[in-house]
Design a protein around this ligand. Structure first.
Ligand code: ATP
Ligand code: MG
Length: 413
């Protein structure tokens, strides 16, 4: 008699992306993240097997909800809801029955795999026996190349798993294995996509948003909060720093002529984001720049802006065009928020024709008229930090995980 515990999720990851030394950290972090993604549903039982992880859903949790949650865990290549059975032929047949129950499929195949060659029944025998069993119970045919239903049977010592159809995961690396970065999050389309791409490469992302309240309404703050919330389901816990930037912009306007202002604003943003990011252990900054998209994104201006940062500036979207970025934002579900109208701080005190080539020397000359250190301090001290958790109500990362993530960010890979 099968119990709820006999329904498991088999999680596959791409072993190919694992360098030997990183493997234990990768697997530990993947396992922690799988558990964290289900925190409000209860505690799953998790077992590592060769090349995959078996997760028994928390008692009482809807397996479909569990699978949907786990499909958002980076590092998961694919997953499947599986029936756990014994290894005798009769038990395997019953497992196949449970998987095929109530389904109609024009064609199928059995894909049997044995963990050890010493187990009874070769894979070929299993394919034949179980295939004949299915043919005896369903109006269907065998198609090895293009089956509508591929029934996987994995036999291990003492237990076996039977499942039909794998669902793709997001791929990438488990969040936390690559360290922490600080993303400059505007309310626009690009920066949330940029932040997500770094999460996919195993980074925890802290968000920094610049707003111009009270010179402008707080729409951009609400958008940034909304976007950060949406992205948090991929990393479980986020910090969002809201930096009042209007007063700083006013100081710039008094000293810097129109065409160079956008670049000077951005250089100040870099410095403030760096200071806030370093407090959170960030080893790099992230922006949503795409080459040539707007005046501030020429090579000359990007170089000039980057010159103000004391951390590497990562721009994962640099070679993408707007259509590609938009398509990605739609899949992520950030697009709808990003296109809501707002008055971004960069629309404040900006000339109609911003300069497309500001050199580092020009920028330095203009900044000599400002008290840059004081402006940066004003931004950093005025920043207000909010935290966001997913699932709602779950807590920050445990201290041990934080230490590991910091170490991961600085370790050569
Ligand atoms: P986005 O769609 O991300 O706003 P964009 O195409 O509008 O990008 P810009 O407005 O020039 O381009 O901004 C370039 C990058 O600078 C943004 O992707 C973001 O990383 C950062 N940035 C711009 N404005 C802000 C802001 N108000 N707060 C935080 N970061 C910002
Ligand atoms: Mg923008």
């Amino acid at each position: 008699m099968e119990t709820a515990r006999d329904r498991c999720v088999i999680v596959h990851y791409h072993e190919i992306s694992l360098k030997r030394g990183n493997r234990p950290l990768f697997l530990r972090r993947l396992q922690q993240n799988l558990v964290r993604a289900l925190e409000d549903l209860g505690a799953p039982r998790v077992t590592q097997l060769t090349g995959r992880i078996v997760l028994e859903p928390p008692p009482g949790a809807d397996p479909e909800v569990v699978v949907e949650r786990l499909r958002h865990v980076f590092g998961v290549a694919n997953l499947a809801l599986a029936e756990r059975t014994g290894t005798s032929l009769e038990e395997l047949k019953r497992g196949v029955d449970r998987v095929t129950q109530g389904r109609t499929f024009a064609s199928f195949r059995i894909t049997a795999r044995r963990a050890f060659k010493t187990l009874p029944h070769t894979s070929v025998e299993l394919n034949r026996e179980l295939g004949a069993h299915v043919l005896g119970r369903h109006a269907t045919r065998v198609d090895l190349e293009q089956s509508e239903l591929n029934i996987h049977v994995e036999v291990l010592p003492g237990q076996a798993f039977v499942y039909g159809g794998r669902r793709p995961g997001p791929g990438g690396l488990p969040v936390g294995v690559s360290g922490t970065v600080a993303a400059l999050l505007s309310g626009g389309i690009d920066s949330p996509v940029a932040a997500w791409r770094l999460m996919k490469r195993g980074c925890r992302v802290v968000f920094v948003h610049f707003h111009s309240v009270p010179y402008l309404p707080d729409d951009s703050i609400r958008k940034a909060r909304d976007l950060a919330e949406r992205l948090t389901r991929w990393q479980y816990y986020s910090r969002l720093s809201l930096v009042p930037f209007g007063e700083i912009q006013r100081s710039v306007v008094l000293a810097v002529p129109g065409p160079a202002r956008v670049v000077i604003y951005r250089r100040l943003m870099m410095r403030i984001a760096e200071a806030l990011g370093r407090r959170a252990g960030a080893a790099a900054l992230v922006t949503g720049d795409s080459l040539g998209q707007v005046a501030s994104q020429t090579l000359q201006n990007l170089a000039c802006i980057e010159g103000a940062a004391g951390l590497p500036v990562l721009r994962p979207l640099i070679g993408m065009d707007k259509l590609e970025i938009t398509a990605q934002a739609q899949v992520l579900g950030t697009f709808e928020t990003s296109i809501e109208p707002d008055a971004d701080c960069c629309t404040l005190f900006v000339p109609k024709h911003p300069g497309t080539r500001v050199s580092r020397e020009e920028a330095a000359a203009m900044e000599a008229r400002l008290d840059v250190a004081a402006l940066v301090a004003q931004g950093v001290e005025g920043a207000r930090e909010e935290t966001i958790a997913f699932p709602p109500g779950s807590g920050p990362y445990p201290a041990k995980e934080n230490r590991e993530a910091r170490a991961a960010g600085s370790r050569p890979r």
